[in-house]
Design a protein around this ligand. Structure first.
Ligand code: SF4
Ligand code: SF4
Ligand code: FES
Length: 265
């Protein structure tokens, strides 16, 4: 956090559902939708906004940096530069000007994955999102990404017809939409990346044979009795078998450990 020259002692009384701050907690000024608020330092933007009285009816989900529901744009007083982050992950700093972008109206193509022709995945991706060719390689999308995804690179891979590359590079995308908000070509980058991952997973990636085998085993009822026994067990016995269960030793070399009981493998 940058040096806090504007810190104040936080109020000790709670109003409504505001948190009661610990003794000595400091507050800093931030600007939310243009209005100045004093909020406790060390809070995330999301919690600071809630402290200031905002309620997140939309634009909040996991609160753990996974769902992509809480993209935030901010700037510091006296500085022209825009910054981007997730409200649930980014900690407030003094004199931030904050705005939430819980939804960005990027174009999303309509398709049924199972009706696409997987043998022509690259062409399908390009025909569903022809706007990808409007990319001018400015890289603003990459700079805006709170997940450090190389957005421009996966768009380039999609343009070159490399669906696997587009899928792999976009793997950490959480669909927050910040990249699209910055795009002068008006691309829906994250929808392009998502379709690339769907096409790759369904039509290109080798199938996991062990998974298919396990699904057949589950459907054949191999685990039904074991599950029924667990469901019928009282808490005490459940805890006992949980504590006594065979466990892979910490730091075991991958692939070197096998349980003694192998009937459910
Ligand atoms: S912001 Fe848009 S135009 Fe610029 S590199 Fe990203 S996709 Fe291309
Ligand atoms: S690629 Fe775009 S939508 Fe995905 S996390 Fe990055 S900025 Fe958000
Ligand atoms: S609330 Fe899910 S990423 Fe922030």
């Amino acid at each position: 956090m940058s040096e806090n020259t504007n810190a104040k002692q936080a109020p000790k009384v709670a109003t409504g559902d505001r948190a009661i701050l610990p003794e000595g907690a400091q507050t800093i000024p931030v600007f939310i939708m243009g209005k100045r608020y004093e909020v406790p330092e060390s809070l995330t933007i999301m919690k600071a906004m809630e402290f200031a009285g905002f309620a997140f009816l939309r634009g909040a989900g996991c609160r753990g940096g996974i769902c992509g529901a809480c993209p935030t744009v901010f700037r510091f007083a006296g500085d022209y530069k825009l910054h981007f982050g997730l409200a649930c992950q980014t900690v407030v700093e003094p004199n931030m000007y904050l705005a939430q972008i819980p939804f960005f109206p990027a174009n999303r193509a309509t398709y049924k994955l199972e009706e696409l022709d997987g043998t022509a995945a690259a062409e399908e991706l390009q025909s569903l999102y022809p706007e990808m060719f409007r990319c001018v390689a400015c890289n603003l999308c990459t700079k805006a990404c709170p997940m450090d995804v190389k957005v421009m690179d996966y768009v380039s891979a999609a343009k070159q017809g490399n669906v696997e590359q587009a899928a792999r590079i976009s793997f950490d995308c959480i669909q927050c939409g910040l990249c699209a908000s910055r795009c002068m070509g008006e691309l829906p980058q994250y929808h392009i990346g998502q379709l690339a991952r769907r096409l790759y997973a369904k039509y290109i990636q080798p199938k996991a044979e062990h998974l298919a085998k396990r699904v057949v085993e589950i459907e054949s009822g191999k685990y039904d009795n074991m599950l029924a026994d667990l469901v019928a067990m009282d808490r005490e016995n459940l805890e006992k078998i949980y504590i006594e269960r065979e466990r892979e030793p910490d730091m075991a070399t991958p692939g070197s450990w096998m349980p003694k009981e192998t009937c459910y493998l």
